[in-house]
Design a protein around this ligand. Structure first.
Ligand SMILES: [Zn+2]
Length: 307
């Protein structure tokens, strides 16, 4: 199975590395305890502030952001952090993960998983990686960052454990919320894994967007309404022609004026690659930061159904 932005061989290596870590931890129950991961790997974590720079005394000579050298000359880490607007760092010499203490708490877990990824992927290990909002975004296409994000999701969702449990639950927002709590991860990252991993053979798409009736909820920095368009393997194969804009049009058409909680429930028709009309059940939920919507294949429209 290929992973966005990560080569097949690399994905296999990363799966094996994470699987070894989980095995060494005795195949733990969710939620994964990151303090135990750090102890096992002999890593430490620190929270820096640009007002208190004692943790940032190292020199950033070998720092890469999104896989590229960005500093023309060695400079103090504190200057580098401000120059490239970093939220977190992996510092190889001191085996240390540094996180900007002003980053909201719910994001720390993903960031830590990402930095653990840099620390355990053998071809990343020796670089000082600087991370900002761009590299920590699950759709970052810089290869090393996609690899670290893949390692983070493998770790935080305990590999196949999440998919196995998710398959026993219906695809609905109540299960997304329950799994977010059980695995200790955010609603958005859990929603993402539900779409991709719960049943890759079922055509399902998910969107993280602005709320069409309240664009101030969920719009990107530039006012862009669509943040993520997530697809199961079967949806990619059978509905590869559906664009993010096409899927968002369905949301615009159905959105109610409810600001939080369930926003709409609807049936819509999408054509598959063979031109057959397919019914999709759409459900949309607003968590006050963004609108999360999934669309799940139900059946071929009766006129097209094969007998
Ligand atoms: Zn990174």
């Amino acid at each position: 199975m290929s992973v966005d932005g990560v080569g097949d061989y690399e994905a296999e290596d990363i799966r094996a590395i994470v699987s070894r870590i989980l095995k060494d931890l005795g195949d733990p129950e969710p939620p994964l305890n990151l303090a135990q991961v750090r102890t096992l790997l002999d890593l430490n974590v620190g929270y820096y502030s640009t007002a208190n720079t004692t943790l940032l005394q190292d020199v950033a000579a070998r720092m890469k952001v999104a896989g590229k050298q960005v500093l023309e000359r060695p400079m103090l880490l504190v200057e580098a952090v401000m120059k490239v607007k970093l939220s977190a760092l992996w510092v190889p010499d001191s085996k240390r993960i540094l996180i900007d203490e002003t980053v909201p708490k719910p994001k720390h877990r993903w960031i830590e998983g990402h930095e653990v990824g840099h620390s355990v992927i053998p071809w990343h290990r020796e670089f000082l990686f600087g991370d900002n909002e761009f590299t920590l975004d699950p759709v970052c296409h810089a290869v090393v960052e996609a690899e670290a994000n893949f390692a983070a999701s493998q770790l935080l969702f305990l590999q196949k454990r999440f998919a196995a449990e998710a398959r026993d639950s219906a695809l609905e927002f109540n299960s997304v919320k329950a799994f977010a709590k059980r695995f200790g991860n955010t609603i958005t990252t859990t929603f993402w894994r539900m779409i991709e991993d719960r049943d890759p053979d079922a055509p399902v798409f998910g969107m993280v967007t602005a709320h069409p009736r309240y664009p101030e909820i969920g719009s990107g920095d530039n006012g862009e309404p669509i943040r993520y368009f997530i697809r199961s393997r079967a949806f990619r194969e059978k509905f590869g022609h559906i664009t993010p804009e096409g899927a968002f049009a369905l949301i615009e058409r159905n959105a109610t004026h409810k600001k939080t909680g369930p926003v709409f429930d609807a049936m819509e028709v999408l054509c598959n690659a063979n031109g057959e009309a397919c019914e999709f059940q759409l459900e949309s939920f607003c968590n006050s930061h963004a609108l999360l919507t999934f669309g799940m294949f139900v059946k071929l429209k009766p006129a097209f159904a094969r007998i």
